[in-house]
Design a protein around this ligand. Structure first.
Ligand code: HEC
Ligand code: HEC
Length: 257
């Protein structure tokens, strides 16, 4: 079984590289497969049923094509989402994944985009260097499995945000804050102020992510001065300080994700 899964995974990788020049992978038999195997838990239009979760919410929309294929292939251990890699061929997994994309209002899997950096557009390459270098976006954001987690992954960002919304997110990060990434401010009795993304906010305590994104620190509410919601994004406005040509390069790179 293990071997079969590993084998299938390499097939998927192979198929992905083979498909990287195709524009958009079609739905093929995706709808039939979805109706037969998935809708019982995820609902006829991906709206979610008692046994599954919606496939049209933000979390599912944010999955990159690779992540989408991986969750269908490998499942999520400990949940009702079993691995379909054993029962479906790689082509069937592509088809059903592509159909899930259409439920999300997209055209299908867009595997060409995932390999866009293989493209040698110099602006795009310069943008990727900025992202990883001087602009330091990589400290907080990941793409293709690498980078920080203080901000959301930017895989698929160009399908989530149109050019205008993308530019707004960069120029004015606090104007709209991505759900789940808002900051809280904790003031300690000695006056120290801590700002970060929060989770598990309860009557007793709240957890705040450290600046490097690596740990979640628990603050007990009866031991701090105050805890307040921040309207300001954790994202600095680095983009606004870049020169016009650097902005164009960074945009070109983000639009390839
Ligand atoms: C027995 C019920 C069940 C069936 C059948 C099922 N799923 Fe799931 N699926 C789930 C559950 C439950 C989750 C949420 C797992 C978790 O907690 O992360 C899930 C998660 C997912 C996710 C990840 C969504 C996200 O937001 O991260 C995708 C994509 C998905 N399923 C697609 C499919 C497809 C495609 C099929 C059919 C081949 C399918 N599922 C069949 C129960 C099911
Ligand atoms: C200190 C951490 C940090 C750095 C550095 C950072 N960001 Fe962000 N970024 C965030 C957080 C947190 C969010 C989510 C909150 C929000 O919407 O402002 C975000 C949101 C975004 C979004 C919106 C994503 C979406 O799904 O709507 C984009 C695009 C983005 N950042 C791009 C960049 C780029 C490009 C850089 C480098 C110039 C950068 N970020 C640097 C933390 C950071």
């Amino acid at each position: 079984m293990r071997i079969a899964v590993v084998y299938l995974r390499s097939l998927v990788t192979l198929a992905m590289s083979a498909l990287s020049f195709a524009a958009i992978a079609g739905v093929g038999e995706g709808q039939e497969l979805y109706d037969a195997y998935c809708q019982i838990c995820h609902g006829g239009i991906g709206e979610g049923q008692t046994m599954g979760k919606p496939l049209t919410d933000n979390a599912a929309n944010r999955l990159s094509d690779q992540e989408l294929i991986a969750v269908i292939t490998d499942g999520r251990s400990g949940t009702g989402m079993v691995a379909w890699g054993g029962s479906f061929s790689e082509e069937e997994i592509f088809d059903v994944a592509s159909f899930v994309r259409t439920l999300q209002g997209k055209q299908g899997l867009n595997l060409a985009k995932d390999n866009a950096v293989a493209n040698d557009d110099p602006a795009l390459l310069a943008g990727e260097q900025l992202f990883n270098g001087t602009a330091a976006c990589i400290m907080c954001h990941s793409y293709r499995g690498q980078g920080g987690n203080v901000g959301p992954t930017l895989d698929g960002v160009s399908s989530r945000l149109n050019d205008n919304a993308l530019e707004q997110a960069l120029l004015n990060p606090s104007a709209t804050i991505v759900r789940g990434y808002a900051a809280k401010v904790v003031e300690l009795p000695d006056g120290t102020v801590i700002r970060g993304r929060s989770r598990n906010d309860s009557e007793l305590a709240v957890q705040i992510q450290t600046e490097d994104g690596r740990r979640w620190v628990t603050y007990f509410k009866d031991r701090v001065e105050s805890i307040t919601d921040s309207n300001e994004s954790l994202m600095p406005d680095t983009f606004a300080t870049l020169g016009a040509s650097q902005q164009v390069q960074l945009m070109a790179f983000l639009k390839s994700l």
